[in-house]
Design a protein around this ligand. Structure first.
Ligand code: FAD
Length: 465
């Protein structure tokens, strides 16, 4: 059987792969994104703090710092064009000891300057005035006005959806199982028995990007998983910015951040583990989150929580993002090892990858008719008709609209992430049966619906997202 022929195949439908697909879709290219999960944004991209980092604390001169620098310029336009929910709340890195204060002065102030990010020292009084919930033990802090919050799923879905509108194809629930050389391109063997041929491959497979590299004999980097556990609360926390601790050697530390659709996130932990799939939460993890947050926000133990979940970082053996052609075959460009700031850095990573593809010989001819923007997802559907999700006031027509988008959901989880239904205080107990009734009554096919409903229940009992 003749396999399909593409110019570029992107492996991985996280925020990185989707951002790359979007940028490539502005050129005359035959494009395919392959994702092994049933939806985009099912990997690390769905479970993170949602911070659009400026890179003020990135190590100057690294690929990560360069991607974040480029992204700072790109985000404002993306937010506007893709209607990404965005909270420009700024951040404050709070020092609670003399050592932390000295660390900010010695490391983070010069770092921010080297990276060209605006920061300013703020006194204890200034912090408390705007953020009364912060510990009175604060000695002062570093304000980073450009840091923001966005919805990671919205960004990922919008990147991929715009690419689909511009003619790219997305193949879900299909894993790349092997890759072999074929003439002046590569042939991908899929876990469903299919095959695709392509001139170039972008490896954006997150935690599994080392395994994709090894499929062409490239063992130049390895990925180890590092879990981060979170607590979600809908408590009214009296803060107006993201409250950051002074980082530890292994992570940015345990922070408190607003969620763009309401509520606050506490976390994450940083726990090295063997299993790339393990997103379970634990009592020890929850305790680590609470004691970490307590240093910044003393009242945190009294907060009621509506959910716990975990995400897993892809920690790279090289200590930096790997964005370059493979030494084994220049037709594979890696976008790998994107550990802690991949959401923020994704627009810059996409630029760098497209430049690498051009250098590797891909001809980039701009399309005249490519769409740059998506319409407001629910502009005509809000406040219309029966409310299905009472906690978040999501209407029946918002859900139906989500089902008819260019990249429609295939599960209750997909509906949840596109509409916000089930995300409120009841966590779906009231609205999931209504959503199922709605789908049944309209004979709308959502694959594995009842199975995924049970999946939601099962997930919730294991505290996963
Ligand atoms: C606890 C935590 C907090 C974080 N906080 C922030 C933050 O506040 N701000 C920020 O910018 N970043 C943050 N990050 C980092 C950010 O989430 C990641 O850098 C980013 O999501 C990485 O995206 P990705 O597309 O590389 O990986 P992923 O989202 O994991 O996507 C890779 C995809 O590849 C698919 N795949 C793998 N193998 C195959 C295969 N063989 N065939 C087909 N598909 C395959 C996977 O299913 C997956 O969907 C955080 C991360 C964690 C874990």
């Amino acid at each position: 059987m003749q396999s399909q022929q593409y110019d570029v195949v992107v492996i991985g439908g996280g925020v990185v792969g989707s951002a790359i697909l979007r940028l490539l879709s502005f050129y005359r290219l035959k494009l395919l994104l392959i994702e092994k999960q049933p939806d985009v944004c099912e990997g690390t991209s769905k479970a993170n703090s949602g911070i659009v980092h400026t890179g003020f604390d990135a190590k100057p001169g690294t690929v990560e710092a360069e991607c974040l620098r480029r992204s700072r310029r790109l985000w404002p336009r993306l937010v506007e064009e893709l209607k990404i929910p965005y909270l420009p709340c700024g951040a404050i890195m709070v020092a609670t000891t003399e050592e932390e204060k000295e660390m900010i002065e010695r490391v983070y102030l010069p770092n921010a300057e080297a990276n060209g990010v605006e920061v300013q020292w703020v006194s204890r009084e200034e912090i408390l005035e705007m953020n009364p919930a912060v510990s009175p033990r604060a000695l002062g802090g570093l304000a980073v006005p450009e840091e923001a919050i966005c919805d990671p799923f919205w960004a990922t879905r919008a990147f991929a959806e715009l690419a689909v509108v511009n003619g790219a194809e997305v193949m879900l629930e299909t894993g790349v199982a092997a890759i072999c050389e074929e003439g002046d391109g590569l042939r991908l063997l899929l876990d469903n028995g299919g095959e695709v041929s392509t001139r170039y491959v972008v490896n954006a497979a997150g935690l599994w990007s080392d395994e994709i590299a090894r499929m062409i004999g490239d063992d130049s980097f390895s990925i180890t998983p590092r879990k981060g556990q979170f607590i979600l609360t809908e408590e009214q926390v009296a803060i107006s910015s993201i409250i950051l601790p002074v980082p530890t050697p292994t992570s940015k530390g345990i922070l408190v951040a607003p969620v763009v659709f309401g509520g606050f996130l506490l976390g994450p932990t940083a726990e090295n583990q063997e299993d790339k799939w393990d997103r379970s939460t634990s009592h020890a993890g929850m305790e680590a989150v609470l004691s970490g947050c307590e240093k910044l926000i003393p009242g945190v133990r009294a907060f009621s929580t509506i959910r716990q979940f975990a995400g897993v970082r892809a920690v790279c053996s090289t200590g930096d993002f790997v964005i370059r052609p493979s030494a084994c075959n220049a037709r594979m460009i890696h976008a790998a090892g994107i550990r802690s700031t991949g959401l923020s850095a994704s627009p810059g990573i996409a630029e760098l990858v497209v430049e690498q593809l051009a250098r590797a010989g891909l001809t980039l001819e701009e399309k005249n008719d490519a769409q740059q923007s998506l319409p407001d997802l629910f502009a005509d559907e809000r406040d219309k008709g029966e409310i299905v999700c009472l906690c978040r006031s999501i209407t029946r027509s918002e859900i139906i609209h989500a089902l008819t988008r260019p990249l429609p959901p295939r599960s209750i989880d997909g509906i949840k992430r596109r509409t916000g239904a089930t995300l409120g205080e009841c966590q779906g107990n009231c609205c999931i049966p209504r959503i199922i009734d709605l789908l049944d009554s309209r004979a709308l096919p959502v694959k594995g619906l009842r199975h995924s409903y049970l999946g939601v229940k099962k997930e919730r009992s294991s505290h996963d997202v």
